[in-house]
Design a protein around this ligand. Structure first.
Ligand code: PA5
Length: 319
């Protein structure tokens, strides 16, 4: 449902789309794209913005900065590469950020289905990858994410692309989404995750907000060990989700400790085990699995996962 079964095919196609745009051959006035960027700034909001979070976690060790606002920070200059991601191409923050960067001589590339972002960038000669449409921005995650990875593959090595696509089948076949949706119905989910896989927790929160119209709390370890974890001492209408993945020995150990402590206080705990050997695979697996939870929860509430009326109202107001 909602196009999840198309993710593997779309992932492959979108990676090719990004890869086919030979960024290194591009020049826009005095801006030259044939360089080794000292950092990569990924800008975008909501279902498009999460792409940046996943890329940052997956390509950890590289200088990747996430920007979810209008103007790009002042220190970003011609040694940076700005990737502006907006599914609709109509998001004001992303359009303003991209145009501001280009004006300042920073190489910018757009990833979108079209809209103003595409026309404004193309009108200035800047490169754009046009990705296929989905039901709504967040349902187009593979389209946007793999196009960005394809683009970045001109500058960086992307680990375990094939595995990150094959684990999607495991998520699709899993029985967990139905069970987890029933577990969460009527409660506020509190999601614990290690810092190296934080994008999965934020993606799940966003999907719960938008698809299931449900508030959710994200608690990132180790910081959460010093604040969020204390909330388990009182009984709240909260259910706990522990995202168990593999990053490094220290954080894997910390997550086991967190799990034990939370379980000492509450029996309302479910552990979600991520599949895959790389952070990319684990995050893609988790995004699909937990996305399915959010649409199943919407079904249990009898609401339409696709509608996000308050976002539309806000966008109209700031147009
Ligand atoms: O998933 C959604 O519908 C939203 O979170 C959008 O992604 C967000 O409003 C930004 O819009 P866009 O992705 O079109 O830039």
């Amino acid at each position: 449902p909602y196009g999840y079964e198309e993710w593997p095919k779309l992932s492959l196609e979108s990676f090719k789309l990004g890869r086919e745009l030979n960024l290194r051959s591009i020049k826009v006035g005095s801006i030259n794209y044939d360089f080794e960027p000292s950092n990569i700034v990924i800008t975008g909001m909501g279902g498009s913005g999460i792409v940046g979070d996943i890329v940052r976690d997956s390509l950890w060790g590289h200088n990747i900065i996430i920007h979810k606002d209008f103007n790009i920070p002042k220190w970003v200059d011609s040694r940076s590469l700005v990737v502006a991601v907006s599914y609709s191409g109509e998001t004001l923050e992303t359009i303003c950020g991209a145009l501001d960067a280009l004006r300042r001589g920073v190489p910018v590339v757009g990833v979108t289905t079209g809209g103003r972002l595409a026309s404004e960038l193309e009108g200035r000669g800047a490169p754009v990858v046009k990705v296929p449409k989905a039901i709504a921005p967040r349902f187009g995650l593979p389209n946007l994410l793999y196009a960005v990875l394809g683009l970045l593959s001109h500058y960086l090595t992307i680990p375990e692309i094939d595995e990150s696509i094959s684990v999607q089948g495991d998520a699709l076949r899993s029985e967990l989404p139905g069970r987890l949706a029933s577990f969460l119905k009527g409660y506020v989910p509190m999601i614990f995750a290690p810092i190296g896989l934080q994008a999965v927790a934020y993606r799940f929160k966003n999907d719960l907000n938008e698809n299931s119209k449900t508030p959710a709390v994200v608690a990132i370890v180790p910081e959460a060990d010093h604040n969020d974890i204390v909330a388990v001492m009182l009984k709240h209408p909260v259910k706990y989700i522990i995202i168990r993945g593999r990053t490094d020995d220290v954080h894997d150990y910390l997550m086991r400790a967190v799990e034990e402590v939370v379980k000492n206080y509450s029996s309302d705990v479910e552990v979600v085990e991520l599949k895959g050997s790389s952070r990319l695979s684990q995050e893609v697996y988790g995004s699909m699995l937990l996305g399915l939870v959010s649409v199943k929860l919407a079904e249990l509430y009898g609401i339409d996962p696709v509608r996000t009326d308050p976002i539309n109202t806000l966008k109209e107001k700031i147009r």
